[in-house]
Ligand binder design. Structure first.
Ligand code: SF4
Ligand code: SF4
Length: 133
């Protein structure tokens, strides 16, 4: 298991209707992060502030061009205020295999027990900030 390389696949795959936010998160954004709350409509994220329609791609996903030596990387403009759904990703090996997450290494698939243990270690900070952890 490698650390996240910011390939952006998860954000790209899930931002078009695959993410949700809790009522508490939305209330927090409304009170303290109105810029984020603009992209919520009827409890759903991420929605066009003008039309209320589902956006194809998350408005907070930032793409940085790669160089000859490095490939492009993606980052989150609201990293510390991102939804718990985003903080929880990746949740387990099967999700990573399904999504072709680039944290995976061959050994994780050959030995899922150890793969999941390594994932737990890498994700400990992120998961510990979740309300149900
Ligand atoms: S809010 Fe951030 S982490 Fe979540 S999909 Fe958007 S860019 Fe990715
Ligand atoms: S798919 Fe995996 S490696 Fe790529 S950005 Fe998401 S968590 Fe990181």
């Amino acid at each position: 298991m490698k650390p996240c390389n910011q390939c952006g696949k998860c954000c790209i795959n899930y931002s078009n209707g695959g993410l949700s936010a809790t009522a508490d998160e939305i209330e927090y954004w409304e009170l303290f992060r109105p810029k984020i709350a603009r992209y919520v409509s009827n409890g759903s994220i991420w929605m066009d502030p003008s039309s209320g329609a589902q956006l194809e791609i998350c408005p907070w996903l930032r793409r940085t061009e790669g160089t000859e030596k490095s490939k492009e990387i993606y980052s989150c403009d609201i990293y510390h205020d991102r939804p718990n759904d985003c903080k929880a990703y990746p949740a387990d090996l099967s999700q990573m295999i399904n999504d072709e997450c680039e944290m995976l290494e061959a050994d994780d698939i050959d030995n899922p027990k150890h793969g999941n243990a390594r994932l737990k270690l890498i994700m400990s900070d992120s998961w510990s900030s979740l309300p149900y952890e």
